[in-house]
Design a protein around this ligand. Sequence first.
Ligand SMILES: *Cc1c(COP(=O)(O)O)cnc(C)c1O
Length: 408
Amino acid sequence: MAQFAQMQTEQLREIEEQHSSGVYAKRPLMLVRGEGTRVWDADGKEYLDCATGIGVAAVGHSNPQVAQSIADQARTLMTCADAHFYNDKRAELIHKLVEIAPGERLKRVFLCNSGTEANEAAIKFARGFTKKPGIIAATRGFHGRTLGALTATWNPKYRKPFQPLLPNFQHVPFGQIEPLESAINEETAAVLLEPVQGEGGIFPPPSGYLKAVRELCTRKNILLILDEVQTGFGRTGKMFACEHFSVEPDILCMAKAMGGGMPIGAILLREDIVIAKGLHGSTFGGNPLACAAALAAIRYIEQNHLPERAAETGRYFLEQLNKLKEHEVVREARGMGLMLALQLRVKSGFYLQRLMEHAILALPASNTVIRFLPPLEITHQEVDRVIAALNSVLPERPDGKPSAEEDD
Ligand SMILES: *Cc1c(COP(=O)(O)O)cnc(C)c1O
């Protein structure tokens, strides 16, 4: 019986290998079930999940309240074009988003289906509203894979093969205000930044940086777009990361954790940032099913004080990660809330693989970082399990065999 299950898993993996597009270098693990902080593979082996589908399952895997809302809504109404009709769930979600928005000025919402789409919408609204083309983004920044968001993404490895990309985009060093000020000219529509850089390796901003960027954008009359696709919904210890720095963007992008596992994204816009009817849109954006999931996820986050929990557990987790600096391969630990990185002196792929063998799932971020994006209700005891696994694998050295994910 066990052998048959094993064979099936192999066959299913083989199908993905042969017939999926081939753009992903996966680990040899097939996940079939999740609950809270844990996931299970096809053989029934349990893993503590600090990857959460890249920071998606902040409210835990198959959160019962989110699952119930999805089931109820699936039986009620799944699709309803935002372009043509009003919908009760969508209205409720938009109201909730405006309510949890940082500051007093973000009063409008555009709904979409992913992080890259949120950034595309932000770029279009910025260009359409200001009637200027220029977008300034940052080194190490990541904003998605569609052509507009990709142009704003920094890593040349992702961008170069697809050139020519959009004109009038520039990258300036993250964390430095002078190069940003010199890059701004009369063509500049917006500055686009992650408040805490994620894919680039988990880099919180230097102190005073975001505040200075905000003041500069206000003084020069250009828009500040904050990409909170990874940082949003409690991940860093506040509902949105910009709240740590008392900075309000003009456009705020969100996705990943927003739908409790359902694909959904959105931008929040300053009330006066409007473009003409018909200039942007989405078939699936604002569908009642995703809206119901997002409403349930946000309510769960609020009712269970997940931002506060992420702040508290995150402090403990970071403290423990810092103690790992006694290992030769560890350079530093950094992050905010439960968006944490262990920066190694070597590539992280081998250690991610070894952690998996110790039943811990984590993520890469840049070549040399082990990234942790656990569910926000992870306990101290579970953090201790991660640390124990790290303590046993960090003294090990790869046998020279390159790891599939070291380039991620
Ligand atoms: C993941 C991510 C994106 C892209 O989101 P997708 O849903 O994969 O398109 C954009 N910006 C940031 C900051 C992200 O972390």
